[in-house]
Design a protein around this ligand. Structure first.
Ligand SMILES: [Zn+2]
Ligand SMILES: [Zn+2]
Length: 164
């Protein structure tokens, strides 16, 4: 599988391949690494996030939303041009074609697992339906948690500065 993640140490985003023999997930830019649990290595659907160990992961289509929006926009534009030239059959045909393509791409795209906590993306992993689709409540819980952690970090930072 492929892991797209932001390194917790140097905050650089990287893409790392994890095969059955990979024992540690390493950051290609710095010395950060984390052992990969055997159950996540064995070619099954990972039980937890390989980057932070969080067990809350959501399943999503690996299809960039921007591409979908762009395709619909291009379809609408081409269709408008045909309307302009009084070719309604072509105008409708183009719209239908783009809608069909959009739907087809969406169906063909594989699912990707995204971590609620660190947003690492686990691509090309075998899926067994272990994880649910996006849940706003869970997302909100992790968002609040990260805000709290950030505040704590900021407070301890100012405290350290006072000590110096
Ligand atoms: Zn790093
Ligand atoms: Zn994570």
């Amino acid at each position: 599988m492929w892991i797209v993640f932001e390194c917790p140490a140097c905050h650089v985003s990287s893409l790392v391949e994890v095969v059955a023999e990979t024992t540690d997930l390493r950051c290609p830019k710095c010395s950060w690494q984390r052992p990969i649990a055997a159950e996540n290595r064995s070619g099954n659907e990972p039980a937890s996030c390989l980057v932070c160990g969080c067990e809350d992961i959501w399943r999503q289509k690996d299809f960039p939303q921007r591409v979908g929006v762009l395709m619909v926009a291009i379809g609408a534009l081409v269709s408008t041009i045909f309307w302009w030239f009084m070719m309604p059959e072509w105008a409708i045909g183009v719209l239908l074609l783009f809608a069909l393509l959009d739907g087809l791409l969406y169906t063909l795209m594989r699912d990707v697992l995204v971590c609620y906590r660190c947003h690492a993306r686990h691509r090309h992993t075998p899926l067994a339906g272990r994880h649910e689709r996006f849940n706003l409540e869970t997302h909100e819980r992790y968002r609040q948690e990260s805000i709290r952690l950030e505040e704590i970090g900021r407070k301890s930072e100012t405290r350290n500065r006072k000590v110096e």
